[in-house]
Design a protein around this ligand. Structure first.
Ligand code: MG
Ligand code: MG
Length: 250
């Protein structure tokens, strides 16, 4: 079932996503060589609680933390740990979910620790651009396949892989609502997007093959070939005249 949100509900979702972005910005600011992913997790949790929200991932299907922190060849769902100390040149992908006043927010970004160049820098830039193209493809009367096609075209034209095993999703009073939002597909195909639909769009792009393996912890998803991965996510509402990226300053 697809749940369309009212204007007031979109404002509430803007506020929950605002807290997500505050947490992501604070984490990006604090991340540096020698800092552990567990320290970043504590920082995010304290900020979310101080804003009146609750971490959405903690306890979700048993996930133990506020953030997913995925380093280098880890794509998504990495578990923060005091043992994971960031190093100069790492790529860190941080995913954060918040529930505030009954509505979920969900967003992610990748950034370099210290100086990152070469393929890592290009991968992060291309992945962010994939998300931007996907957002541009959102509007009333557009189709779900337009989003996946926008991501896939830019990623593959750049020589990178598109992860198939994980997809974006509807979001609202539940963290994961219908529909699923693949990062691949054909323009002009799939469901028609209607005002009030909110989609968490989240390209996961790899520097090599798109194939994934899961660690023994049951969560951490990494590239099968050990090549770098990046992940960006926005929660995006379909509006009567286009789209609104929830949680960004307006
Ligand atoms: Mg997320
Ligand atoms: Mg998500």
């Amino acid at each position: 079932m697809i749940v369309l949100k009212s204007a007031a509900e979109l404002d509430a979702m803007h506020r929950s996503n605002r807290v997500v972005h505050l947490a992501l910005n604070a984490v990006a600011e604090a991340a540096a060589p020698g800092v552990s992913t567990a320290e970043l997790d504590s920082l995010a949790e304290e900020l979310i609680l101080s804003e009146g929200g609750k971490p959405a991932f903690k306890g979700y299907r048993g996930f133990p933390a506020t953030l997913c922190t995925s380093v280098n060849d880890e794509i998504v769902h990495g578990i923060p740990s005091p043992k994971v100390q960031l190093r100069e040149g790492d790529i860190l992908s941080v995913d954060c979910g918040v529930i505030l006043d009954g509505f979920f927010g969900d967003a992610a970004l990748s950034f370099g620790i210290g100086h990152v160049n070469g393929v890592g820098e290009r991968l992060m830039n291309v992945t962010k651009r994939c998300l931007d193209h996907a957002v541009e493809a959102v509007g009333p009367g557009k189709r779900l396949g337009d989003i996946g096609a926008a991501v896939q075209t830019h990623a593959e034209d750049s020589g990178f892989g598109v992860v198939r095993e994980f997809v974006g999703h509807g979001i609202g009073r539940s963290l994961h609502e219908e529909p699923q939002v693949p990062n691949y597909g054909q323009a002009g195909r799939g469901q028609i997007l209607k005002p009030g639909l909110v989609l968490a769009i989240e390209p996961m792009i790899t520097a090599g093959s798109w194939r994934v393996k899961i660690d023994d912890d049951g969560w951490t998803a990494r590239t099968e070939d050990g090549k770098l991965a990046a992940h960006f996510e926005f929660s995006v509402a379909v509006t009567s005249d286009g789209h609104r990226v929830l949680g960004l300053e307006e």
